[in-house]
Design a binder for this molecule. Sequence first.
Ligand SMILES: Cc1cc2nc3c(=O)[nH]c(=O)nc-3n(C[C@H](O)[C@H](O)[C@H](O)COP(=O)(O)OP(=O)(O)OC[C@H]3O[C@@H](n4cnc5c(N)ncnc54)[C@H](O)[C@@H]3O)c2cc1C
Length: 464
Amino acid sequence: MRSEAADVVIVGTRCAGTAAAIQFARAGKHVIGVDSGRFPSDTLSTHLLWPTAVAELDALGALPRVLALGAPRLRTALAGGAGYVVRTEFAPVRGTDHPLADHPLVDHALCVRRSGLDAALRDTALDAGADLREGLRVTELIHERDRVVGVRCRDRSGAVTQVRANLVVGADGRHSTVARLVGAHDPYRESASGRACYFAYWHDVHPSWRGIAAQWRTGDLLGTAFPCDGGLVLCLIQPPVGRAERGPHRTEPLYRQFIAEIPELAERLRGCTPAGRVRTAFDLASYFRRSSGPGWALPGDAGHFKDPITAQGIRDALRYGRLLAHAAAPVLDDEHALDGALHMWERRRELDCLPIYQWTNRLARGEAMTPLEVELYRAADTDPALAARVLEVMTRVRPPERMLPLRLSATLAARAVRHHAPIPAAQNLVRELRDTATEHHQRVRARRDGLPPLPGAHPATGHA
Ligand SMILES: Cc1cc2nc3c(=O)[nH]c(=O)nc-3n(C[C@H](O)[C@H](O)[C@H](O)COP(=O)(O)OP(=O)(O)OC[C@H]3O[C@@H](n4cnc5c(N)ncnc54)[C@H](O)[C@@H]3O)c2cc1C
């Protein structure tokens, strides 16, 4: 068995893994990153990047490479549905804690296919000095004195390499091997999605739409059209799980049927021709897993995932990959300080991501728009300031609970009862109030109680 040593070993080198690798390498640390895949390669993911995600690419120094891939800058968000079309220009943002304070603010979203996006991130990490390797699957962790002190990985011939390090970063996605091996795979907070995903690329023939990220909702369907690199437009449909059917022979006809049921989306795609097959994702669940312990941490989907409906995953993987390295790099040689820094990092991510996780779970219910939602978007149609507030939730500038002033909430609730079937609308309002209270308590508990103990932890110390 080959044996090596590094300051940090990173398992998985797409979004979270490369972000951590870039920041550790910039801090002068010896980083080895391993991935079971080969690059450039695609992965099962759509890829809308809100302006705050673009700001994260900028913070990592990867933005020039990503922009060179040729995706159009999306300066307008369009939301269409029953009796409304809300068009909003993105307000300029800079990611919070942006290390490049003199960089221009970001005033656009991007949609960049993952093969190019992930390759741009890897090239940036290689430039920063990280040692990234492909075709190596981590199968075991090395433990010493209750700490994780390295990994064992195998190449395709079965040859085993052992890498010892002060920190093992599991950036290995939703089916994380590292999470399983440290006993953190079972989430402490989880919500099954009510929606499935069907998506495909189309050759775009509409120049006037190339700067617009559009979403339409009709009945219980939600469909998007995001112009991306290669002259393509990515069209994602998220039907309720009850309408999704598995099996390759059903995928294509169902996708076409869903598009036909959203007339504005069908019109958007008129004249566009398909580029490749339709891909699907079923059985999605949003979750938080315990994401740090003695000598290990789980950034990205390995530790926390949200349904794609709000398109937040890449931003959070980049951001908390970078911030993990920022927190851990100065204390890698001090076990006690390192474990404390990892704990604080995890807690910060939990408090930042919990509100949008809750909001995402509401949207992922897989139901038709509620009367309250319809009234909100109708009001936003004629009120640009309100439209901007709604968009600020998606761009993480404003937490969802601060989207609506109380008085406006009451006005919209009254309109919901007046303009829709009153009894179902009232029942719906009761549910919204109940969910709002539950979510509030969940946030209060998260702030007050901190993270739950590690799986298998000693009740008195909280340590495994
Ligand atoms: C259908 C769908 C649509 C989505 N759409 C969007 C969107 O529009 N916008 C958005 O922001 N987010 C979206 N997301 C979320 C986004 O894909 C993820 O949040 C993001 O990919 C997380 O990055 P990551 O680096 O944590 O993990 P991943 O991108 O999953 O990368 C994990 C890497 O780990 C490697 N790996 C796994 N196991 C091992 C092992 N044992 N040894 C070595 N390597 C290993 C894999 O090969 C892989 O390269 C979507 C997700 C899905 C499922």
